[in-house]
Design a protein around this ligand. Structure first.
Ligand code: ADP
Ligand code: ASP
Ligand code: MG
Length: 426
C-alpha cells in the first residue's frame, strides 16, 4: 500500500462529466489498495471568471485590503471543485471528504495573491486516510497567521499538491493535466514538440522559471527541497486503463542525472511573454548606479529579471532590465519620479512588446558553443537580440515579441528536438 497524491488541473476538472471521470480514476487507485490524497484546481475558467468580476467592480490594486478580498474570492473556485469531486467519489461508492486549505490547515505567510506555504498539518488528513477515505485538499490556497485565506499565485495548485506530498512523505505526486507529459517545448506552439520520458529536476526548475507553465515553479522548488518523486501525466486517457501502465506514463522528474540525459545538449525551450523591458538612458557612469536604480526597484518589492549595462561613452551609460508586465507602469513611474532626478539620467523608456526565449539543458555544462549556435540560428532568421542572460544550464534572449514563435520553432529544429534521441523521448 502506498500513499500517493494526485493533482488534477482546471481542464481535467472542467465539467461534471470530467469530474466523474476523475472520480473513477481515483477510485481505481484507491481500490488497488493505495491511500490517495487528491488536490484539484478550480474548474477551468473559474479563477479567471471570479477575478474578472472583481475587476468589473474596481481596478486591480496592490493594496492589501483589496488583495485579501481577491484571495477570499478566488479560493472559492477550488472549494467548489473539491466538494464536487468528493460527491462524485461518494457516488462511486468510495468514502471521501474534502477540506479547504484553512481546515487542514495549510499555513502560509500573508502575501495575498502570492503567498508561500510555511507548514502543513497532516493530522486530519492522516486520520481520514487511516479510516479508509480518499482525502481531497483544495489546491491554490492556505491560511495566514491571522486566519485570512491566502492564495499561492496562478497555477498554484501544483505547489499545493507537491507540498501536501512532502508533508505526508508520499511515495509519489502525480500531476494529471491536459497534456501527456513535459514536452521539449509547449506543444501548442510547436506541434513537432516531443514528450520527454524523464527530465532532470534542475532542467525542470529552469524550464518552469523561464516560462514553461506546465508546472508552477514553486512546485518544482518544493519537489527539489523535499525530494518528492513527481510525474506529469494525462488525465485524458481512459480512466480504466491498466494502473501499472498509467503509473509509468507521462514524464518523470528525476533527481539523478543519468547517462541517457547527457546525450541531449538542449532538452527544452521555454518562452515567456509576461515581461517588459525598461531602459534608463544617459546615466552618469559612476560607481553605484546599479545599486541606485535596482535598489529603488527592489525596495518597491518589484522583481527584476534580465539586466544589462552598456559600455559608457562620454562618461554616460545606458542601463536596461526586465520586470513582470504587471509591474511595468509602477516601475516606470518610480524611476521617473525618484531615480532619474537623483541620478541626473537623460530619460527612461520602456517596451512591453518583448518576450524571452530560453534554451535549457544540463548537457550545456559539458558542451561549448551552445550559446553561439543559438545566436547564429536567430541571426539566420533575422531576429535581433536585445538582451542576453546565461546560467550554467540555460541561455535566454530577449527579443521582439512578434518573433517569438519563429524563434522557438527555429531553435527547436536547430537543437534537433524535432527528432530527439529515443532514449529520452517517447
Ligand atoms: P493544468 O490546468 O492542468 O494545471 P496548465 O495549463 O497549467 O494545466 O499546464 C498545461 C499546459 O502547459 C499544456 O496544455 C501546454 O500548453 C503548456 N505547456 C507549456 N510548456 C510546456 C511543455 N514544455 N510541455 C508540456 N506542456 C507545456
Ligand atoms: N485555479 C488556479 C489558477 O487558475 C490555480 C491552479 O489552477 O493551479 O491559477
Ligand atoms: Mg497549471
Amino acid at each position: 500500500m502506498a500513499l500517493i497524491v494526485h493533482k488534477y488541473g482546471g481542464t481535467s476538472m472542467g465539467s461534471t462529466e470530467r469530474i466523474r471521470n476523475v472520480a473513477k480514476r481515483v477510485a481505481k487507485w484507491h481500490r488497488a489498495g493505495n491511500q490517495i490524497v487528491v488536490v484539484p484546481s478550480a474548474m477551468s475558467g473559474e479563477t479567471n471568471r471570479l477575478l474578472g468580476l472583481a475587476k468589473e467592480l474596481a481596478p486591480s490594486s496592490t493594496d492589501s485590503a483589496y488583495t485579501r478580498e481577491l484571495d477570499m474570492l478566488a479560493s472559492t473556485g477550488e472549494q467548489a471543485s473539491s466538494a464536487l469531486l468528493a460527491i462524485a467519489l461518494q457516488a462511486e461508492g468510495v468514502g471521501a471528504v474534502s477540506y479547504a486549505g484553512w481546515q487542514v490547515p495549510i499555513k502560509t505567510n500573508s502575501a495575498f495573491t502570492k503567498a508561500r506555504i510555511e507548514s502543513i498539518d497532516d493530522v486530519r488528513i492522516r486520520g481520514d486516510l487511516d479510516a479508509g477515505k480518499v482525502v481531497i485538499v483544495t489546491g491554490f490556497q492556505g491560511v495566514d497567521p491571522q486566519g485570512h485565506i491566502t492564495t499561492l499565485g496562478r497555477g498554484g495548485s501544483d505547489t499545493s499538491a507537491v507540498a501536501v506530498a512532502a508533508a505526508l512523505k508520499a511515495a509519489e505526486c502525480l500531476i494529471y493535466t491536459d497534456v501527456d507529459g513535459v514536452y521539449t517545448t509547449d506543444p501548442r506552439v510547436v506541434p513537432e514538440a516531443r514528450r520527454l520520458l524523464r527530465v532532470s529536476f534542475e532542467e525542470m526548475l529552469e524550464m518552469a522559471s523561464m516560462g514553461s507553465k506546465v508546472l508552477q515553479i514553486r512546485s518544482v522548488e518544493f519537489a527539489g527541497k523535499y525530494k518528492v518523486p513527481m510525474r506529469v501525466l494525462s488525465s485524458f486517457t481512459p480512466w480504466d486503463i491498466d494502473l501499472n501502465e498509467e503509473a509509468a506514463s507521462g514524464t518523470l522528474i528525476t533527481f539523478e542525472e543519468d547517462e541517457d540525459m547527457e546525450q541531449a545538449v538542449v532538452s527544452g525551450i521555454a518562452f515567456n511573454r509576461d515581461e517588459a523591458k525598461i531602459s534608463v538612458l544617459g546615466v552618469p557612469d559612476t560607481p553605484g548606479i546599479a545599486y541606485q536604480i535596482l535598489g529603488a526597484v527592489a525596495d518597491a518589492n518589484i522583481e527584476v529579471d534580465v539586466i544589462i549595462q552598456n559600455l559608457s561613452r562620454d562618461g554616460k551609460t545606458d542601463f536596461s532590465f526586465t520586470v513582470h508586465r504587471n509591474e511595468f507602469q509602477r516601475t516606470l513611474d518610480l524611476l521617473k519620479s525618484k531615480v532619474v532626478p537623483l541620478l541626473g539620467a537623460d530619460e527612461v523608456v520602456g517596451d512591453t512588446r518583448i518576450c524571452k526565449v530560453s534554451i535549457v539543458g544540463i548537457g550545456m555544462r559539458s558542451h561549448v558553443g551552445v550559446a553561439s549556435r543559438m545566436f547564429k540560428c536567430l541571426s539566420v532568421e533575422g531576429i535581433n537580440i536585445q538582451m542576453i542572460s546565461t546560467s550554467e544550464i540555460k541561455t535566454s534572449v530577449v527579443i521582439d515579441e512578434k518573433y517569438m514563435e519563429l524563434a522557438v520553432r527555429s531553435l527547436h529544429r536547430e537543437f534537433d528536438l524535432d527528432q530527439a534521441a529515443d532514449t529520452i523521448v517517447a
